[in-house]
Design a protein around this ligand. Structure first.
Ligand code: CXF
Ligand code: ZN
Length: 353
């Protein structure tokens, strides 16, 4: 824990008093990254809710006191991608990887005049943060900020992968690799679309137990089975599932995910963020026989356009969020959240500022 200075919001930015921020696996992956491009010192956190504290020049859509969710991949609403009707990958405010603000490539945080870098242009593991106004979205003031922060990344990403990217159909068969919050949210999305069979795979028996307690999928974790995973899945699904989802962030699983879905129309969606090896390979024959491999960020949701309605769905009890929160922790115990996540002992830890 350190005291940092945070500048007032620049034009088109807002300063947010962070209310809650849940820990996502990608915060840890970036923190542990050995890549030469890794940036430090840096404030992580990107799955957050808060209240607007002040607004910069030219900001018209927010006012002090508005309740917001942060958005790790922004939406400018004017670029080619935003106006295409086909994409959520904004060309202007998309995923920021250099640890600086989109507008001037500088940081708003500092310690004794030295820059402290941002993460995904959000940096919510801080009492206050500054984000571009295109990287936050106003939500209903009636929604509980300490719960809906999960919609800022994990839960929305999983639901969107099932609904927007795969468009899971009624009666279909689905297999999900990785039963963390993202994988279980895919399962929730598939169930709500009427999938008849949802098989979940994870090597962590605790995660499998949580999945079956929540009645979200039929888990497979038998270690012997895991060695013959795609054969087993093919056998029990009469030739392969209609859809498979890679939610682990293990590029080595792409082949298994492709092999686990069927010839002809099998669709594999990859949404895990690789922890170590970003390159992937698969036998071309898997595609030649009619499979499709699709990638997605944030489940295809256009964050500013689509998140408010997801919050409303939660308020109307049409989607579940609370069941993914296994721990609530005060900010000073944030390291406990990191340990729990690294040891695979939690789904989401919500950190309260
Ligand atoms: C991730 C998406 C891929 C790059 C790092 C951030 N977002 C959410 O977990
Ligand atoms: Zn995330």
């Amino acid at each position: 824990m350190e005291e940092v200075e945070l500048s007032p919001p620049h034009p088109h930015e807002i300063r947010i008093k962070v209310f809650s921020s849940s820990l996502c696996r990608s915060d840890i992956s970036a923190w542990e990254s050995q890549a030469s491009s890794a940036i430090f010192p840096r404030i992580f956190g990107h799955e957050a809710s808060g209240i607007v504290e002040s607004i910069g020049e030219g900001v018209t859509e927010f006012r002090e006191g508005d309740h917001v969710l942060t958005v790790f991949t922004g939406e400018c609403r004017t670029c080619r991608q935003c106006t295409s009707g086909k994409s959520n990958v904004c060309q202007v405010l998309g995923l920021e990887r250099r640890g600086v603000m989109h507008s001037d490539q500088k940081t708003r945080f500092s310690i004794k005049g030295k820059p402290v870098f941002h993460y995904c242009a959000v940096s919510s593991f801080s009492e206050y943060t500054v984000v571009h106004s295109g990287c936050a979205v106003k939500v209903s003031p009636n929604a509980p900020l300490e719960k809906i922060c999960l919609l800022s990344c994990g839960v929305a990403a999983g639901l969107g992968a099932a609904w927007n990217v795969a468009a899971v159909s009624e009666g279909s068969t689905v297999v999900i690799f990785g039963l963390g919050t993202v994988g279980l949210s895919v399962a929730q999305g598939a169930r709500l679309k009427g999938a008849s069979r949802i098989i979940g795979v994870d090597t962590n028996p605790d995660k499998c137990e949580k999945a079956s307690d929540n009645n979200l999928c039929v888990p497979v974790f038998d270690v012997i089975l895991l060695n013959f995973l795609s054969q087993v899945i093919k056998r029990i699904t009469d030739g392969g599932a209609d859809y498979s989802f890679e939610c682990i962030g293990d590029t080595g699983m792409i082949t298994t995910a492709l092999q686990s879905c069927c010839d002809g129309w099998g669709l594999t969606v990859t949404l895990g963020v690789p922890k170590v090896k970003p390159e992937m390979s698969a036998h071309y024959g898997l595609l030649l026989t009619g499979r499709t491999l699709k990638g997605t960020i944030f489940g295809g949701w256009k964050p500013k356009s689509d998140l408010p309605s997801l919050v409303d769905m939660y308020m109307n009890k049409e989607i579940e969020v609370d069941k993914f929160i296994t721990h609530d922790l005060p900010f000073e115990d944030i390291n406990t959240a990191f340990s729990l996540m690294r040891e695979g002992k939690c789904l989401r830890c919500v950190i309260h500022m």
